[in-house]
Ligand binder design. Structure first.
Ligand SMILES: Nc1ncnc2c1ncn2[C@@H]1O[C@H](COP(=O)(O)OP(=O)(O)OP(=O)(O)O)[C@@H](O)[C@H]1O
Length: 260
């Protein structure tokens, strides 16, 4: 089973060190890890660094990956471009492409069918991407990531354009993917309730630094929400032992202006 460990990781945008000193315990396959933090904290930067899209100090250790893995690490960016020329099916099919010698196999077709079914995309499978709504496009991006069957998934706000029903469906699917494929699934989220409900662990990034990492119910506390988001909130437990964040209305202080 795959495990991921970050060791004193940092990331540069140009010459600016935007993220630094991120060290985690082993993040095991089979679990969902929420990555939370204020706007511009460095969540996307962390994912891009892990995906090899940014330079920086430190190490990313991925152990136990299957030798034949199609893509060990797969990153779903926040902004996904719409390609008007391809249908939904074609764009998911092309996500399976390995190299120029690739030709479609039965395994490819099975993976595509499963992904389309899992995400409820069958009714739009032959529509052009350019004709889709924002939420539909986001579902296609999620499909393009899942169909590659990676062992480490980096999902950058995958539910930001989805309605409530789809948010729950997609995050439930992420848990299933983690459990059944023994994948390590990291998801950047702004909805703290989703982190409490769906994530085994939560990492908290503030101003480019990791300020907490551990079981979601231990990490997400009123004190942390006050420290990180400057809001008064309490966590109430519901019947199944899952916490809910109740915002009491008061913003404690306005957040500091963002750095340029
Ligand atoms: N391409 C870029 N070039 C230069 N600086 C960048 C670039 N992308 C992001 N940054 C800066 O890096 C910092 C972290 O941004 P990042 O996108 O990682 O934040 P985030 O936590 O994902 O935010 P959000 O929740 O708003 O999506 C910010 O100060 C941002 O302005």
């Amino acid at each position: 089973m795959v495990t991921v460990r970050l060791d004193d990781l940092g990331a540069l945008h140009g010459n600016r060190l935007v993220l630094s000193g991120v060290t985690t315990p082993h993040l095991p396959g089979g679990e969902v890890v929420a990555v939370i933090g204020p706007n511009a904290a460095g969540k996307s930067t962390l994912f891009k660094r892990i995906a090899g899209l940014l330079r920086g100090p430190g190490r990313i250790q991925v152990e136990g990956a299957r030798a034949a893995a199609r893509n060990t690490i797969c990153y779903m960016p926040q902004d996904t471009a719409a390609n008007a020329v391809l249908t939904v099916y074609e764009s998911i099919l092309l996500a399976r492409k390995q190299d120029s010698a690739w030709s479609v196999t039965a395994a490819d077709l099975a993976a595509i069918d499963r992904t389309i079914a899992d995400l409820g995309l069958s009714t739009i499978a032959f529509r052009n991407i350019g004709e889709l709504s924002g939420g539909q496009r986001q579902l296609v991006s999620i499909a393009q990531t899942l169909v590659r069957e990676p062992e480490v998934l980096l999902m950058d706000e995958p539910t930001s354009a989805l309605d409530l029903n789809r948010q729950v469906e997609v995050l439930s699917l992420m848990r299933t993917v983690a459990r059944e494929r023994r994948a390590a699934v990291l998801i950047a989220l702004h909805d703290i309730n989703h982190a409490l409900r769906f994530a085994d662990r939560t990492m908290v990034i503030v101003e480019g630094r990791l300020v907490a990492c551990g079981p979601s119910r231990d990490v997400i506390t009123s004190a942390l929400l006050r420290q990180v988001y400057k809001v008064d909130a309490r966590i109430e437990m519901c019947s199944r032992g899952i916490g809910h964040v109740i915002i009491d209305g008061a913003v404690v202080t306005k957040p500091a202006p963002m750095a340029a």
